[in-house]
Design a protein. Structure first.
Length: 384
């Protein structure tokens, strides 16, 4: 693909990393959070942490929509799918996320529920049109990146007068999650991770732009650098963050200028605003109940809202107490620090959502073998 190789130039990446090492103050520790799971995978895949000096560290954030979805909402989806006459459609990475009692959508499908994996919201519309005798429900998740496609599907179903199509909406918002991470009190129940700045998400920012981060950056005096997903994007963003910290600045900067603007995609924003409105509050895995952090379907499209049609009332469910996914999503722990990681928890038998999703931090560490480096380092240290 054109222009990809240029952003994966190892020589140039090492040159930028050398600048980071040269400009990072030796008596200072820098800790930056990459919010998005896509950045976590880029960092693991290309060994970016190996290029950084010891006093510049990255921590993982909650920017994985599958990972932050609470168990109660998975339980709701399973209960919907088990109803007679209901067809539940969703994306593949939700199928194996553990629910209450070891259940999952995949297991429910094996038990006879009509659950279908789709590639786009238009697939769901086609299924609803082709099978008018079925109640077709789209299990919608995602940050601002995937929200416009759900909005378009709802508007299309409304225009087509599809009476057997509804959406179970679980779309969440990025800026409130960043705020929650910075605003968590330092208590035994909810420790706060130290964050000196954020590598802002790429795809989300193509939709919302960079302006929504400005109030959070100013309030908490933390720099945000929106970055692309290629290795050179990430190392350049880290250099920009180091320079901001050194200068005492806390600005929102845009490294990903080839795709992101300050205003974002105004057409997509209008589609979202037409169909959705803010929820009063929504539960996030690892972050708890966050006010104004998710979307719900407006009254004008209430007939297409699965929560209203099926009178769903989500019951909060506790995570597996041995799983550290919540702490990993808050940046408090690395995947390899979870006692289940690599033992009973693996991609073949995931115990938590962070190991299931392609954007999950645990999946990234497993896929690219980062846990092996940690294990070797621990073994060497113990021997010494």
């Amino acid at each position: 693909m054109r222009h990809i190789d240029e952003y994966r130039d190892g020589t140039l990446a090492r040159a930028i990393a050398a600048k980071i090492a040269g400009e990072a103050m030796p008596d200072r520790h820098y800790q930056f959070m990459e919010f998005c799971g896509g950045h976590t995978h880029a960092i693991s895949r290309y060994g970016i942490e190996d290029l950084l000096p010891p006093n510049v560290q990255m921590v993982h954030g909650p920017g994985c929509p599958v990972c932050v979805l609470p168990i109660g909402r998975i339980d709701d989806a399973i209960s919907l799918a088990m109803r007679p006459g209901v067809t539940l459609c969703t994306y593949a990475d939700l199928m194996r996320v553990p629910a209450s009692g070891g259940a999952s959508l995949l297991k429910a499908k094996a038990a006879g529920a009509d659950i279908r994996m789709v590639y786009s919201t238009l697939d769901v519309i086609r299924i609803a049109e082709a099978e008018p005798c079925r109640e077709v429900v789209f299990f919608a998740i995602g940050f601002e990146t995937t929200t416009p496609s759900t909005a378009l599907a709802i508007r299309l179903a409304h225009r087509k007068s599809l009476t057997n199509f509804t959406v179970f909406c679980n779309h969440v918002l990025t800026p409130p999650a960043i705020r929650a991470i910075l605003d968590t009190p330092d208590t035994a129940e909810g420790a706060r991770v130290r964050v000196d700045g954020f590598v802002g998400p790429a795809h989300v920012s193509t939709v919302i732009g960079t302006k929504p981060y400005e109030s959070v950056s100013a309030e908490f005096r933390k720099p945000v650098v929106v970055a692309g997903f290629e290795p050179l994007d990430v190392v350049q963003a880290i250099l920009m963050l180091v320079r901001q910290v050194n200068d005492g600045r806390f600005e929102v900067e845009n490294q990903y200028i080839r795709a992101v603007t300050a205003e974002g995609n105004l057409i997509a924003q209008r589609e979202i605003a037409e169909v959705f409105e803010l929820r009063a509050a929504f539960e996030w895995r690892g972050l708890g109940e966050l006010p104004a952090s998710a979307l719900q379907i407006r009254d004008a499209y209430a007939d297409l809202d699965a929560e209203r049609r099926f009178a769903l009332e989500t019951v909060s469910a506790a995570d597996n107490p041995a799983c550290e996914c919540g702490d990993i999503l808050r940046g408090l722990k690395k995947p390899a620090e979870c006692k289940l990681f690599g033992t009973v928890c693996s991609p073949e038998s995931p115990m938590g959502s962070c190991m299931v999703s392609p954007e999950g931090a645990c999946a990234a560490h497993w896929t690219y073998g980062r846990f092996r480096d940690i294990a070797r380092a621990a073994s060497t240290q113990a021997a010494e």
